[in-house]
Each structure stands twice: as C-alpha cells, then as structure tokens.
Design a protein around this ligand. Structure first.
Ligand SMILES: Nc1ncnc2c1ncn2[C@@H]1O[C@H](COP(=O)(O)OP(=O)(O)OP(=O)(O)O)[C@@H](O)[C@H]1O
Ligand SMILES: [Mg+2]
Length: 285
C-alpha cells in the first residue's frame, strides 16, 4: 500500500521496508502492519493531542514521575514548550510501560523502538501472518474462558507487582494468539503507588474481564479478584506468582458498642484528670 506520511521517515531510514495494511483505526491511534526485513511488525501512530479523547485525563497522569525537574516545571505551565513536553511524556508512557511489562513477564507485544511518535512493536499474529483477533472477536468455550481469565489475572498481578495498573483493560484491548491472551494499548497505564485512583482502576479493569469471561463461564461472575488482588498489594503481600482464590472477606465485624463506650469513658476520664486543678493550684501556690 501507499506509505502513510507519518511512516515515510521510518521507511527513508530503513527501519520499515514495506507497509502492508492498515488495521482498524482506534480512538487514539492508527495501527499498520509493516515488514521490517523478514519480520512482520506493528506500527502505532499516535494521533495529535487535540484529536485524542479521554485517556489523557489528569486522573491517569497523577503519580507519573518526570525524571527531569526543568521538564516537570515546564509541564505544569501552559506554555508551548510545556505542552510539547506533556505530549512527549504521554507518548513515552506506552513505550515505557511495554518495556517494563515485557521484562516483568507480562504478555504484551515486544516493543522494537519509538521514532517520531511512531511505536514499532511485535505483531501479535494468528499464526498465519494476520493480526490476531481481539477478545471481543472470538467465541470461547467455558473451559477456555476460565483458562484465559486465569492467565489475564496472573498478568494483572505481574503488572501490579511491576508498579502499573492498565487503566483501560477490556475485551477490546486484549488480543488472542495461539498461546492465549496478549494485553495491548497502554498509554494510559497508571502508577499503582502514586495515583489515588489506582485501586478503583484496578478493580474496574478486573471487573471488565470478569464480565467478559463470565459470558462464557457464568461462575466467574461471583468472583472478587479485583478486591482480593488490591488487598494483597496494599498489605505488601502480592508477588508475581501469588495464588489467588477469587474470594474476598468483606469486613463484616459489627461495631462492638460496649467496647466503644468504654473507650469513650476512658478518654473522658483522662480529659477530666487533665483539667482538674493540681494540689498546688488548690492551695493557691
Ligand atoms: N501489537 C499488535 N499486534 C496486532 N494487532 C495490534 C497490535 N497493536 C494494536 N493492534 C490492533 O490495533 C487496534 C488498535 O490498537 P490500540 O488499542 O493500541 O489503539 P487505540 O487507538 O489506542 O485503541 P482504542 O480504540 O482502544 O483507543 C487493536 O484493537 C488491535 O486490533
Ligand atoms: Mg485500544
């Protein structure tokens, strides 16, 4: 096919030998299948900031570390330089996340480079050289659904152990190749320890997966992996190979009123003692 303008510099540099086809254009980016030597790869071109949608919301950015303080100051201002830096940080987020997750053993496409706002990565394929289908495109048996659900939960755990929450995990952002699910689309990935919305987003991600796989294996609908995973994480007890049950003990202990009243009485007595005049005061010293 004709080389798209944004890919031309990569063709000129010899990083891409041929542009083969365009995959479905998403909300945030255009994705192409390209050939680099003997390998088929995927080229993801990010849209201009003003064409993008919700994912750049402040809620996702909180807690992201900017290594350079001059850059951090610039980003907080609305200058042109500040906006450019903000844009660059956003583009880098997916690349950083892919490298970090690939090395943490999460099944994501292997990143191959990032040039001029174009991310080159492994093409997740269906075994015949075509791009792999998304979860949303496939029908699963109950057994496959349970199996894939378990694999995705294990990846969510590894991801959290690597400090990240996907933030937009759904059947549209998970591909299926012959080994199972592969997680994609990470520019909005959230910093697990520095972002106040991380717990909510983790639970939302996990609940989306429960709803999807629950269509084929309804017993999954009763599970509470999201709450379980976050509770282990918060307690410092989550490990990349933690085994999960899908159950979560809600704190059902009712308030012990008798005990509470005794504590209040103690505090009141202490307060009264503190307020009471001392012996010296009573004797006018
Ligand atoms: N590495 C890959 N291998 C194969 N197909 C891919 C790969 N990366 C992306 N795709 C395909 O391109 C589509 C768009 O990619 P992606 O979800 O990363 O972009 P997006 O524009 O951010 O999407 P969204 O619509 O979710 O905002 C995916 O649904 C998938 O079908
Ligand atoms: Mg997507």
């Amino acid at each position: 096919m004709k080389v798209p303008k944004r890919l031309q510099p990569l063709v000129d540099d010899g990083m891409i030998d041929e542009v083969i086809a365009q995959l479905m254009s998403g909300k945030e980016a255009q994705v192409y299948v390209v050939r680099c030597g003997d390998d088929l790869r995927c080229a993801k071109i990010f849209k201009e900031a003003r064409q993008r949608s919700f994912k750049q919301a402040v809620q996702y950015q909180e807690g992201r570390k900017t290594r350079n303080s001059r850059r951090a100051r610039a980003m907080s201002k609305k200058t042109r330089y500040g906006q450019q830096e903000q844009e660059q940080a956003w583009l880098n987020a997916e690349v950083d996340a892919l490298y970090r997750l690939a090395s943490a053993g999460v099944r994501v496409p292997q990143p191959c480079g990032f040039v001029n706002g174009v991310l080159l990565m492994e093409l997740v394929s269906d075994g015949e050289g075509y791009a792999a289908p998304r979860l949303d495109d496939v029908t699963l048996s109950a057994e496959q659904a349970r199996d894939y659900h378990g694999l995705v939960m294990a990846d969510v755990v590894r991801m959290l152990c690597a400090g990240l929450v996907h933030g937009d995990l759904s059947e549209f952002n998970v591909l299926v190749d012959r080994h199972g699910p592969v997680i994609i689309d990470l520019p909005q990935a959230v910093d697990a320890s520095g972002n106040n919305s991380a717990a909510m987003m983790l639970e939302r991600d996990v609940d989306n997966m429960r709803a999807y796989f629950g269509r084929f294996a309804p017993e999954l609908l009763k599970t509470e992996y999201g709450k379980e995973i976050w509770a282990l994480y918060e307690a410092g007890e989550l490990h990349p190979d933690s085994s999960l049950t899908g159950h979560f003990e809600h704190d059902a202990t009712s308030v012990d009123v008798g005990n509470l009243m005794a504590v209040i009485d103690d505090v009141r007595e202490e307060q009264a003692e503190r307020m009471a005049p001392t012996w010296d005061e009573l004797n006018g010293d």
